[in-house]
Design a protein around this ligand. Structure first.
Ligand SMILES: [Zn+2]
Length: 113
């Protein structure tokens, strides 16, 4: 059976929830990131997968004082781990969009299992 979920959908897995959201335009990306941040603040960590690219959002502890590996800004409330780097929401959003653009042609081989 073929999956009907479009390529540009984000799969969000929390500890008690799983959700698929569209991620095809900037507005949908914005909603997606806000949703992930909100769930992460409650659940502690959330796994996000878009077009074969995976990222783990984690709640930042108060006073941890870690910085985004991309822009250097302080990680407030929620950080996004991608390819062993911790990013702020803004940079994670850009990285996910870039990554989903580059891997969209090969994503079907990984997802079909
Ligand atoms: Zn950043």
């Amino acid at each position: 059976m073929r999956q009907t979920v479009p390529n540009r959908a984000a799969h969000i897995h929390g500890s008690h929830s799983a959700l698929v959201l569209p991620a095809a335009n900037p507005y949908e990306w914005q909603l997606l990131c806000e949703h992930v941040a909100a769930v992460t603040r409650q659940a502690g960590s959330v796994r996000v997968r878009v077009a074969g690219v995976e990222c783990v959002a984690r709640r930042e502890e108060r006073g941890a004082e870690r910085c985004c590996a991309e822009c250097g800004r302080a990680l407030v409330q929620v950080s996004f781990r991608m390819a062993w780097r911790d990013l702020c929401g803004n940079c994670a959003q850009h990285s996910l969009i870039d990554a989903s653009n580059t891997v969209k042609s090969t994503a079907t081989t990984r997802a079909s299992r």
